[in-house]
Write a protein that binds this ligand. Structure first.
Ligand code: G6P
Length: 564
């Protein structure tokens, strides 16, 4: 389907204006201390609310005027049009000729029939599938669904990789306090046999349910692990005397202990999984945008359908905000544009995401796939080369762990690393250390870090502490290190949905400025293909070995010589 070529952002008036603006900020000197001192309303002007989240952009290297120029850039690259095209289901993933409709996954029941794309009542299908997932989840949670020997399920093991793993595991970890049915989840992704071995070692097969999640149902890692899990289940059930090993009992065991999630339901049946226990989604959901589809079935089981609905409502709140708010006031779009400001004007390469919440410990890893698989591209959606740097390296660890590891480089290194600091006002685990509220101690670190990064410490301040002159330079903090603070009341299914949708739309915004298709991932194909070709060379095929390049051949020879 024809799609308009991307606007070259670097040729827009706004880009030129941003360049001038950047230069004048450099000339006058970027100085957050002075900017705050000279404008008592700075924080007010640069703070926003979206959904249940509060955003403070004032510790960024921007003046209010910068945001107007960035919004202007958004207009000139037709960001509003692209947002509308996405929500309406146009095929904006043009290299795969697909609509991009993860936003439809969280549209409410009353929107049934309101979005028909390529002849499909999208919301109707989404809601019908959710109903089936919820009914199944309720059966497992209540104990009505049992394993083959009649015992209730206490562990679900999600087998998937990439988008079929990172979203569910991140969200499960984030929402652990809501897992209220005595069912826990584990996640197996790596084809390294150690992963499945360690995750199943202490499990009772009679109380374990495997969920095989694969959009394509062709992914080598997932199908290998699924077959391994099937053997593990049957072997252990037999050893425990739960089945006799007959074909009929094995088939029944697989029916009771394996369900699947995929867009390729025919392939699921070939695997031996009962199609009634398979939940579908659609090719207009990218893997990394799929945690709120059937891919989140492990969540629906552990936290329950009601909480899952709240999770979806959180996404939907940010979707509506993003679609309906003018760019100048739209903090979601502005955060994406701000990232462009750092990448393309300041030359930043990476972006730290630092959640001050232990439950969000997998959030940076999740964001790595979301953002880097989406925007790590060198050609635009019309096949022409990109005209600027694209993509950011997203990384991070929960605070305060990162403080004692890599913050040194953010505070005093030579690189500019914009950072998002995320925290919640309340904790589900209040604790006191003598008289001190531990969560407040934790939050004090959250507030202190962005303050230190923004305002630093001058040589005179260091001297005033009586520091020996010879080590004054080492103890100076330049400040002017940009951060965005995101605060919420509580980490709940709803606020987690909001956070995820926020970063999904930040990703679209950046991708639109860079002109890339944020929804394909051709870059992962070559390695997969070569792994298939190399497999025979590793085991014994000398001809296949000889066909390798010299370095690869030598590495394989080392392996062959050293294997036991
Ligand atoms: O869900 P699947 O089809 O098994 O795909 C799993 C993952 O593998 C692919 O290689 C892609 O890079 C990911 O975008 C995808 O999430």
């Amino acid at each position: 389907m024809a799609i308009n070529p991307p606007v070259d952002a670097t040729q827009t008036k706004a880009w030129a204006a941003l360049q001038d603006h950047f230069q004048s900020l450099q000339d006058e000197g970027i100085d957050l201390r002075a900017w705050f001192a000279n404008d008592p309303q700075r924080t007010e002007k640069l703070s926003f609310e979206a959904g249940d989240l509060h955003f403070d952009l004032s510790k960024n290297l921007i003046q209010p005027e910068t945001l107007s120029l960035l919004a202007q850039l958004g207009r000139e690259v037709k960001l509003d049009e692209r947002i509308e095209s996405m929500f309406k289901g146009e095929h904006i993933n043009n290299t795969e000729d697909r609509a991009v409709l993860h936003t439809a996954l969280r549209m409410p029941e009353e929107d049934r029939g309101s979005l028909v794309v390529d002849g499909q009542d999208v919301v109707g299908d989404v809601r019908d599938t959710l109903k089936r997932i919820y009914a199944f989840a309720d059966q497992v949670r209540s104990g009505e669904w049992t394993g083959v020997s009649g015992k209730r399920i206490t562990t679900v093991v999600n087998i998937g990789i990439g988008g079929s793993d990172l979203g569910p595991v991140m969200a499960y970890e984030a929402l652990k306090p809501y897992a209220d049915a005595g069912i826990s989840a584990r996640y197996v992704s790596n084809i390294d046999p150690n992963d499945l071995a360690e995750k199943t070692r202490d499990l009772d097969p009679e109380t374990t349910l495997f969920i095989i999640v694969s959009k394509t149902f062709t992914t080598l890692e997932t199908l290998t692990n699924a077959r391994q899990a099937r053997s593990w289940l049957l072997d252990h059930l037999k050893a425990q005397g739960a089945v006799d090993g007959s074909d009929a009992q094995s088939a029944e065991a697989i029916r009771k202990h394996f369900i699947a999630v995929s867009t390729a339901l025919d392939k699921v049946e070939d695997f031996g999984i009962d199609p009634t226990n398979a939940f579908g989604f659609w090719n207009w959901v990218g893997g990394r945008y799929s945690v709120d589809s059937a891919v989140g079935t492990s969540l629906a089981i552990t936290i329950g359908p009601e909480r899952f609905e709240e999770f979806l409502a959180g996404f939907n709140a940010i979707d509506r905000y993003f679609r309906d708010t003018p760019l100048e006031e739209n903090v979601v779009a502005l955060m994406g544009l701000l990232n462009v400001w750092y990448v393309n004007f300041f030359g930043a390469h990476s972006h730290a995401v630092l959640p001050y919440d232990q439950y969000l410990h997998r959030f940076p890893a999740y964001l790595q796939q979301l953002t880097m698989e989406s925007n790590g591209k060198s050609v635009r959606w019309d096949g022409t080369p990109v005209t600027s740097m694209t993509g950011e390296i997203f990384w991070g660890e929960p605070g305060t762990n990162g403080q004692h590891a890599f913050y040194q480089l953010i505070h005093q290194g030579t690189r500019l690393i914009p950072a998002d600091f995320i925290a919640f006002a309340n904790t589900p685990n209040p604790a006191k250390d003598e008289d001190q509220d531990v969560h407040e101690l934790f939050l004090a670190n959250y507030f202190a870090q962005t303050k230190a990064l923004a305002f630093g410490k001058t040589a005179d301040e260091v001297r005033a502490e009586g520091t020996d002159e010879s080590i004054v330079p080492a103890r100076v903090f330049t400040g002017n290190r940009p951060t965005t603070s995101i605060l919420g009341d509580d980490l709940t299914p709803r606020s987690l949905g909001e956070l995820i949708a926020l970063y999904e739309h930040i990703t679209l915004t950046e991708g639109t400025v860079w002109g890339v298709d944020s929804f394909d991932q051709w870059g992962v194909e070559l390695g997969k293909k070569l792994a298939k070709e190399i497999t025979p060379a590793i085991s014994q095929d000398d001809q296949a070995l000889a066909a390798q390049d010299q370095s690869t051949r030598s590495l394989i020879e080392f392996y062959r010589a050293h294997r036991h």
